[in-house]
Every structure is written in structure tokens, then in C-alpha cells.
Design a protein around this ligand. Structure first.
Ligand SMILES: Nc1ncnc2c1ncn2[C@@H]1O[C@H](COP(=O)(O)OP(=O)(O)OP(=O)(O)O)[C@@H](O)[C@H]1O
Ligand SMILES: [Mg+2]
Length: 561
């Protein structure tokens, strides 16, 4: 297993996430411009109020009262329009991004599968597809633009107060913005981060435990372990509540610190303005305008002061998504590789291990050709399924050769390989679609006759026909009512439908009674005329139809019949 690399730095994650935006970045810039202008307009309403007051106090102001009121009202209305455009852009980005990110992750997964989905990180992939993407949506829609808006608005206020009122007041405003937007969040964030991390870890663990308990409820009831589970659930729920309290307490503290800083800074600004006016440095009117402008300008920095709690989580999500997008697949897809039409398979001295230094299979030699049924037996866990997956190139062998018609497997065109070799794995997944659609994933344009023929060969046609809607019955509607054997036979029917030259069957009849097994084996025997079939099974009765049988033991293979 590769060692988990430590997390990238916050700045680097943020930069990489912004690069992912692509052309949506322009929309974001447009949203930031509108958001900033909107904020400035809303401040304009109060500032023009102050201008009116300043004029009444005798300040020389070229605008008439009519103009002042008109401008204030006009800016108010404009603020509405700009806010609408900003919100529209932000939501446009957010929803587009959900689609773009999901698409990128699915593309990455397609590259990485199937090895990736077999790994132990399966759970984290599901988390990524759901919660990480949602978190990132919040990042794009509600983190980047508030930061940009805060910087733009603060700069605008700094310049406005400086030019119109006094640069001393401007400096007070600047100190306020830094205190509220940077210093206060930094002080409270370290305390909040710990509480946030603990809360989220506890929340995730609780969810996982609860979900696991629901999935396994049948086994809980069968083992009469309900009371123990219930006790554990309520203990975990208490623990979660404690963490929630702690986090809320810290958030409330942080909010109080922010509010206090804002009040303090406005108080200082008022004091400085009064002192400047008294000293005759600026007129009373200018002092009023400056103070009112500062009063209304803390909104954007308050918005960023609320961010740090989310940012740790955002960076963790961003890190996971970026890492997945960059991950190299265990097996690279071969495009425009060599093509073949299956005649024979030859495996020579092939070795493989999922982890370095722990070989599952060693020096495997085996062969199969058109017209043969080849059996593979061995104890549970000896590597039978692993061998079949290597023949499909779901994983890459470490050494030795796997040749199809003399072509080295690593050079064979990946799509061509999947057309030539079909595998029925130990468990068949049925989609929540009709039985017919479930079969058609093997061959999209199969005729009804072909479907029926494949189902007869897999000894499942009669069962399907007896259902109220036959082939149109939804598999999901049957829920767990399809037995393991029935699912297995639908899996077999899919394989027959594909019509590949080599079929790999992993325990195809383990859950099937002997009458149905007989039917399936008979159709396998009929099909072998123009195919090769490699059959993994524990059953002696199944192995009876094989021309040749290999046994895997302690990683080695031997021809036993
Ligand atoms: N994705 C994986 N990552 C790491 N180890 C794995 C993985 N898949 C299987 N193994 C291990 O490799 C060994 C061989 O597994 P495999 O599934 O091939 O056995 P099997 O012969 O098919 O067993 P069974 O008869 O029970 O199906 C086992 O020890 C198993 O735990
Ligand atoms: Mg197996």
C-alpha cells in the first residue's frame, strides 16, 4: 500500500481549486464585481443621508437636497439589482460546479476502476461523491467571493473616507478591517478548529455506526444484540451532543469577539472624528460623512470572520478531491492497442500480490483454448478470483506473461479485451431497472429472442416469465426477494448474451440447486464448441464437465486432471 501523503498547504489547495473552475472563473469575477458594487451602493444610501446632514450643518455641497435624496433612493434600488445579479451568478456557479466536479470525479473513477473500488477506501469514495462535493460547492459559492468582496469594499471605503473626509479616519477604518477580518478570526479559529474537527469526526463516526446498524439490523435481531446496539447508539448520541455544545459555545464566543471588535472600532472612529473636528482639522460635516461610511462598512469583513471554521473542512475536502483527480490508476487503459479474436490463452510464470512483498500468486502457468472448459479449484482465499481478475486486467500482474493469441495482455486494446473476455463475478449487482434493462447492459441492442435464449441457457427464463410483468419487472421492486441463486443466474445470462470468446465464471453455480445446475452445465457444454470457459468452483459435480482442472495452493498452481 502506498503511504498516505501529508496534506497540501491551504494556499495551494485554494489555488488548485480555483484553477478547477475553468471558464466559470469569469462568472465568479462578475459576481464579485456586482457584489462589491452592491455593497458600496448600500453604503451609499447611508452616506448620502450623512451628506444631507452635512449640508444642513453648513458644509459646502454642490448637490441640492433633491439630488441627494434622489441619489440615495437610486442607489438603494440599484443595490437590489446588483444583489440579484450577484446571487444569480453565485448560484449559477454553484450548480454548474456540482455538475462539473461530479463529472471530473466520475471520469477519474472510471480511469481508476475497478481496482480502486476494490480497495479499502471504498467508503471514502462514497463520502467524496456526496459530502466533499457539497462542501466544495460552499467554498466556491460562499467563500471565495466574500473574501474578494471584503477586500474590494474595504479598499473602496479606505479611499473614499481618505479623499472625502480624513486619512486619519481611513487608517482607523483600515485597522478595524484588519482586526475584524484577520486578527479576530485568527484568534478564535485555532480554538474553533479543534472543536470543529472533533465535532465532525464524531458526527461522521455516529452516522457510519447508525447506518451500519440499520444495514445489519437483520443480524442484530438474529443475534438478539438489539439492546447492546441501542445502548451504544444513545451513548454515541450523547457524545455528539457534547461536541455540538462545545462547538456552538466556541462559535458564540467568536461571534462575540467579532461584534465587540466592530463596536470598539466604530467607537474609536467616532472619537477620532470628534477630535479631528474639535481640532479643526476637518469640518463637522466631513466628520459625519467619514464616521457614517465607516459604520456601514464592516459587513463584508464580518462575513469573512465567520469563515475559518468552515475552511479546515473545505481544505480537507478539497485535498481529497484533488488527490483523487491526480491519482494514477493501477492499470492504465490501452487505446489503439493490439486487437485479437480469442483463440487461446497462455499464462507463463505469472506472479502477483496486492501489496508489495506479499505474493498471492506465484509462477502461475496455465492455458485454455477455444473448445475447452478449464476448471480451477482451491481453498477459500487462495487466489482464484484474483487470477480471473488478472486475466481481465482489472489488476496488473507483477511479472511473467499473460498472452491472448500470443499477444501480451498489457499491449492488447482494453476495449477489445473486454469484448473478448467476459467475467461473471461471485456477486451479481442488479440495477434498480427492469430485468430486461439489467440484461441489456451486456448487449444494448440484443433482440428479445437473444435475451430469451441467454436466459434459457442460464436457466432463469422460466422464473422471469412467471413474474407478473415478466422481463419488464423492476429488479428494485423485488428488493431482497430475488434469491442469491436467481441473481447469479441473471449474471450468467448477461455473460452468455455478451457472446465473448472466453468466459470466466467465478463460482457460477454455488447458490443454485442441482436441477438448475444441471441445466446450466449442459448449456456450458453446448457453448464450448466456439468458446473457452474457465470455471472456478468448489463442487466436484461442476468440475466433472471440465477438460482440465488446476488446483491453486499456497500461491502455486498445479494441473490435477
Ligand atoms: N483488493 C484486494 N486488496 C488486497 N487483498 C486482497 C484484495 N482482494 C483479495 N485480496 C486477498 O487476496 C487473497 C486471495 O483472494 P481471492 O478473492 O482471490 O480468493 P479466492 O480464492 O477467490 O477465495 P474464495 O473461494 O473465498 O472466493 C485473499 O487473502 C484476499 O484477502
Ligand atoms: Mg473468490
Amino acid at each position: 500500500m502506498k503511504k498516505q501523503k501529508s496534506r497540501m498547504g491551504g494556499g495551494k489547495i485554494m489555488a488548485s481549486l480555483i484553477l478547477l473552475l475553468g471558464s466559470l472563473a469569469y462568472v465568479m469575477v462578475f459576481a464579485v464585481i456586482n457584489g462589491s458594487l452592491g455593497f458600496i451602493c448600500s453604503m451609499g444610501v447611508t452616506v448620502f443621508g450623512a451628506v444631507g446632514v452635512a449640508k444642513a450643518l453648513g458644509e459646502q455641497i454642490a448637490l441640492s437636497y433633491g439630488w441627494i435624496i434622489g441619489l440615495a433612493v437610486g442607489l438603494g434600488a440599484l443595490r437590489g439589482g446588483l444583489r440579484f445579479i450577484e446571487q444569480y451568478c453565485n448560484h449559477y456557479i454553484a450548480f454548474k460546479l456540482l455538475a462539473v466536479l461530479r463529472d471530473k470525479i466520475f471520469t477519474a473513477l472510471r480511469r481508476l476502476c475497478p481496482a480502486k473500488l476494490e480497495s479499502k477506501q471504498k467508503g471514502s469514495i462514497i463520502a467524496m461523491l456526496t459530502s466533499d462535493i457539497e462542501t466544495l460547492e460552499v467554498f466556491y459559492a460562499h467563500t471565495v467571493s466574500p473574501i474578494c468582496i471584503a477586500i474590494t469594499v474595504s479598499t473602496a471605503v479606505f479611499l473614499f473616507v481618505g479623499f472625502v473626509s480624513s486619512w486619519w479616519l481611513s487608517l482607523v477604518a483600515l485597522a478595524g478591517f484588519i482586526a475584524v477580518g484577520i486578527v479576530a478570526p485568527m484568534i478564535s479559529s485555532s480554538a474553533m478548529r479543534d472543536a470543529g474537527v472533533k465535532y465532525r469526526a464524531c458526527f461522521a463516526a455516529f452516522n457510519a455506526y447508525f447506518l451500519d446498524s440499520i444495514k445489519g439490523i437483520k443480524d442484530i435481531v438474529l443475534n438478539n444484540a438489539g439492546d447492546i446496539r441501542k445502548k451504544e447508539v444513545s451513548e454515541r448520541s450523547e457524545e455528539l451532543l457534547d461536541h455540538t455544545h462545545e462547538l456552538k459555545y466556541k462559535i458564540a464566543n467568536a461571534t462575540a469577539v467579532t461584534e465587540f471588535t466592530v463596536s470598539l472600532m466604530t467607537l474609536i472612529a467616532t472619537g477620532v472624528a470628534v477630535a479631528l473636528a474639535v481640532a479643526g482639522v476637518i469640518s463637522v460635516g466631513k466628520a459625519v460623512i467619514g464616521v457614517v461610511a465607516i459604520f456601514g462598512s464592516f459587513g463584508p469583513v464580518i462575513a469573512i470572520s465567520a469563515l475559518p471554521g468552515n475552511l479546515t473542512q473545505t481544505f480537507a475536502s478539497g485535498d481529497r478531491v484533488l488527490r483523487l483527480l491526480k491519482e494514477k490508476p493501477v492499470v492504465e487503459k490501452v487505446e489503439n492497442g493490439e486487437k485479437f479474436s480469442f483463440e487461446n490463452l497462455e499464462v507463463k510464470d505469472m506472479s502477483f500480490g496486492y501489496e508489495k512483498d506479499a505474493k498471492v500468486l506465484e509462477d502461475i502457468c496455465m492455458r485454455a483454448r477455444r473448445g475447452e472448459i478449464v476448471g480451477i479449484v482451491g481453498e477459500s482465499g487462495c487466489g482464484k478470483s484474483t487470477l480471473l481478475k488478472l486475466l481481465m486486467r482489472f489488476w496488473s500482474k507483477d511479472s511473467g506473461e499473460i498472452n491472448y493469441n500470443g499477444n501480451e495482455i498489457e499491449k492488447v486494446d482494453s476495449d477489445n479485451l473486454l469484448d473478448n473476455v467476459t467475467m461473471v463475478s461471485q456477486t451479481t449487482y442488479l440495477f434498480d431497472e427492469t430485468i430486461e434493462e439489467n440484461l441489456r447492459i451486456a448487449k444494448e441492442n440484443a433482440t428479445d429472442e437473444e435475451l430469451e435464449k441467454a436466459c434459457r441457457q442460464a436457466s432463469i427464463h422460466d422464473f422471469i416469465s412467471e413474474m407478473p410483468e415478466g422481463y419488464k419487472t423492476r429488479a428494485g421492486a423485488l428488493g431482497d426477494n430475488l434469491s442469491a441463486g436467481e441473481k447469479q443466474r441473471i449474471g450468467l445470462a448477461r455473460a452468455f448474451l455478451r457472446g465473448s470468446g472466453l468466459i470466466l465464471l467465478d463460482e457460477p453455480t454455488s447458490n443454485v440447486d442441482s436441477i438448475n445446475e444441471g441445466i446450466i452445465l449442459k448449456s456450458l457444454a453446448e457453448q464450448k464448441k466456439d468458446k473457452a470457459i474457465i470455471l472456478v468452483s468448489h463442487r466436484e459435480s461442476t468440475m466433472a464437465i471440465a477438460e482440465r482442472v488446476y488446483r491453486i495452493e499456497n500461491g502455486k498452481i498445479a494441473e490435477v486432471r
